[in-house]
Design a protein around this ligand. Structure first.
Ligand code: NAP
Length: 306
C-alpha cells in the first residue's frame, strides 16, 4: 500500500523541495502540494513546472491544513520560518526539515512546535551543485541515504510513516543522534567542501599569474574541486556558521596532518609520504568493497566526458 499524505506543504522551492515534489508526484504519494518561496519568481516557476498545486506569499498560508510540512530553506532561515508557521499548523501534522546540519536546526525549530505536532528532523545525503526550482529531478534520492535524527520524545507512528515515504522515494533511511550526525557530516561533506573552496581560490590566484593555464590543463581532481566549489554560497555559509564546532574540530585535525605532510616533503621523508598514501589507498579499497563507489577508472565517467 502506498504511503501517502493528503496535503503536503513545501516551504522553500529549490533543489531538494522540487526533487521531492517530482518523486512524490511520480509515486502518487501526495494528494495536493502547496508551496512557498521567498520570491514571486520562484513561486511562478513552481506553478509553471507543476511542482505545486498552489503557491502562497507566506509560509503561514502554505501550511494551513497540511499533513506533512517540509522545511527546505537554508539552515539559517529555519528558525524564522518555524516561528511563522507554528500557529497555523494542523494538529497531528508532521513537520520535517532537510537541513544539512541537525543540532542547530533542532534548536531553532523545536521550541516553536506546538503540542500534538510531530517534528522529525532529517537530512537527505543527496544533492548537486545546482539550485533553484528548475534543478530538481525525481531520482535525486534513489539509493541515497536520508538521515533522520528524531528526538527522544518523538511519536513513533509519525516517524515510521515519514520513513516509509522516504523509502518509497527510493532513499535508504538511517536514524542517529543529531550531534553524531553533525560530526559525521563535518568529516564526509562539510570540511571537504571547505577544502575545495580553498583549493579553487588558490588556483584562481595562481590563474592570474599563469594566464588561465589552471583551467586549460585542469585535471580530473581539480575539476571535481571546481564542481564542489560551485555549490550554493548561502547554503554553505549557513552550514559552516551552524556546524561550527564539528567543522573546526575536523579542520584542526586536517591542518595538523597537512603540516606533517608539508614537513615530510621539506625534509625529503619519502617513507612518511609512502606510508601515508598506502594507508589512504587502503581506505579507498574498503569503500569499493563496501559497495559505496565504483572501481571504474575516473569514477566510471566515459572518456569522452572526462
Ligand atoms: P535552493 O535550491 O537554494 O533553494 C532554497 C529555497 O529556499 C528557494 O526556494 C528560496 O526561495 C527559499 N528561501 C530561502 N530563504 C528563504 C526564506 N527566508 N523564507 C522562505 N523561503 C526561503 O536550496 P536547496 O539546495 O534545495 O537546499 C535547501 C535545504 O536543503 C538547505 O537547508 C540545505 O542545507 C539542505 N540540503 C541541500 C543539499 C544540496 O546539495 N543542495 C543537500 C542536502 C540538504 P527563493 O528562490 O525565492 O529565494
Amino acid at each position: 500500500m502506498t504511503i501517502r499524505y493528503e496535503k503536503v506543504a513545501l516551504i522553500g522551492l529549490g533543489l531538494i523541495a522540487s526533487s521531492m515534489s517530482h518523486a512524490m508526484r511520480q509515486g502518487g504519494m501526495a494528494g495536493t502540494i502547496s508551496g512557498h518561496a521567498r520570491t514571486a519568481e520562484t513561486r511562478a516557476v513552481a506553478l509553471e513546472l507543476g511542482l505545486c498545486d498552489t503557491v502562497h506569499e507566506t509560509a503561514a498560508e502554505a501550511v494551513a491544513g497540511a499533513d506533512l510540512v517540509v522545511l527546505a530553506v537554508p539552515v539559517g532561515a529555519m528558525g524564522a520560518v518555524a516561528a511563522e508557521i507554528a500557529p497555523h499548523l494542523k494538529p497531528g501534522a508532521t513537520v520535517t526539515d532537510v537541513g544539512s546540519v541537525k543540532q542547530a536546526v533542532i534548536e531553532a525549530v523545536a521550541p516553536h512546535m506546538p503540542p500534538g505536532v510531530h517534528f522529525v528532523p532529517g537530512h537527505p545525503i543527496a544533492g548537486t551543485e545546482f539550485s533553484g526550482p528548475r534543478s530538481g529531478f525525481a531520482t535525486l534520492f534513489t539509493n541515497r541515504w536520508w538521515l533522520l535524527t528524531p528526538m527522544a520524545q518523538a511519536d513513533l507512528g509519525a516517524v515510521a510513516k515519514f520513513r516509509g515515504l522516504l523509502e518509497q522515494m527510493g532513499a535508504r533511511v538511517d536514524e542517529m543522534d543529531a550531534a553524531h550526525h553533525d560530526l559525521v557530516l563535518a568529516v564526509t561533506s562539510h570540511t571537504p567542501h571547505l577544502i575545495a573552496y580553498t583549493m579553487v581560490g588558490v588556483a584562481d590566484d595562481l590563474g592570474r599569474v599563469t594566464d588561465s593555464e589552471v583551467i586549460k590543463y585542469s585535471a580530473a581532481g581539480f575539476r571535481d574541486f571546481t564542481r564542489i566549489a560551485a555549490s550554493d554560497p548561502t547554503m554553505w555559509r549557513d552550514v559552516f556558521l551552524s556546524n561550527r564546532e564539528a567543522t573546526l574540530e575536523i579542520l584542526g585535525r586536517f591542518t595538523e596532518e597537512l603540516f606533517a605532510l608539508q614537513r615530510a616533503i621539506r625534509m625529503g621523508d619519502g617513507e612518511h609520504l609512502f606510508a601515508y598514501f598506502t594507508r589512504t589507498r587502503a581506505i579507498r579499497r574498503g569503500i569499493i568493497e563496501a559497495g559505496q563507489d565504483t572501481a571504474a577508472p575516473d569514477f566510471g565517467r566515459s572518456k569522452a566526458s572526462s
